[in-house]
Write a protein that binds this ligand. Structure first.
Ligand code: 5RP
Length: 215
């Protein structure tokens, strides 16, 4: 599996053009992308990072990490996913970085998603849907999500996000209308963001393999 993740991460390098500032996601697949990016680091201006974990990885390779507030819109964002449906809608947030990932994907003209084939699903929801929540709203949000979706919220153990918040993972969902669910969960007071990427799906999906598949 890590071999297919590596192949996906390396394929994504083809989308990096000279002089770019590259948006960089979080996770084990992205780690392979960062390692590949390091090999061409002299051709890029730097990166915008979606997590402390990716920032440290980028900096270990000597890649400059820039502030999104200073860069403006990015040409390219590369990130992994926990699930991907046929419309390129995603579940993300298995690594708890969903909010910053959402911000950078929104600020990017092209979102290249790198996955292995186990992440492809006909309908999103087998992977528990992560929701980042302000700590004092945890129980309120859990009750409202249960009533709204029928899914079972589980407070993720030992996890504080880079923004100081907690994660609820919503189990037993079958998300046939991801756009509506994304909007409705986002509207619950106390929700920072939900790990559904339907309003802003991936533009390109690379599935690691020999050769990689590009959708
Ligand atoms: C982090 C994410 C990751 O992209 C997602 O969890 C996939 O991770 P991996 O590449 O390790 O399978 O959304 O918040």
């Amino acid at each position: 599996m890590s071999e297919t993740k590596r192949l996906a991460g390396e394929k994504a390098i083809e989308y990096v053009k000279d002089g770019m500032i590259v948006g960089v996601g979080t996770g084990s697949t992205v780690a392979f992308f960062i390692d590949a990016l390091a090999r061409i680091k002299d051709r890029i201006k730097g990166a915008v990072s979606s997590s402390e974990q990716s920032t440290q990885h980028l900096q270990r390779h000597g890649i400059e990490v820039l502030e999104l507030n200073h860069t403006g819109m990015l040409e390219l964002y590369v990130d992994g996913a926990d699930e991907c449906d046929p419309g390129k809608c995603l579940i993300k947030g298995g690594g708890a970085a969903l909010t910053r990932e959402k911000i950078i994907s929104e600020a990017s003209h092209r979102f290249v998603c790198i996955i292995d084939k186990t992440k492809q699903v006909p309908v999103l929801g087998r992977f528990p849907l992560p929701v980042e929540v302000i700590p004092m709203a945890r129980s309120l949000v859990a009750r409202e999500i249960l009533a709204m979706t029928g899914g079972q919220p589980v407070w993720r153990d030992n996890t504080v996000t880079d923004n100081g918040n907690v994660i609820l993972d919503i189990h037993n969902l079958s998300i046939t209308d991801p756009m509506t669910m994304e909007r409705e969960i986002n509207q619950i007071p106390g929700v920072v963001s939900v790990g559904l990427f339907a309003r802003r799906p991936a533009d390109i999906v690379i599935i690691g393999g020999t050769p990689p598949t590009v959708l």
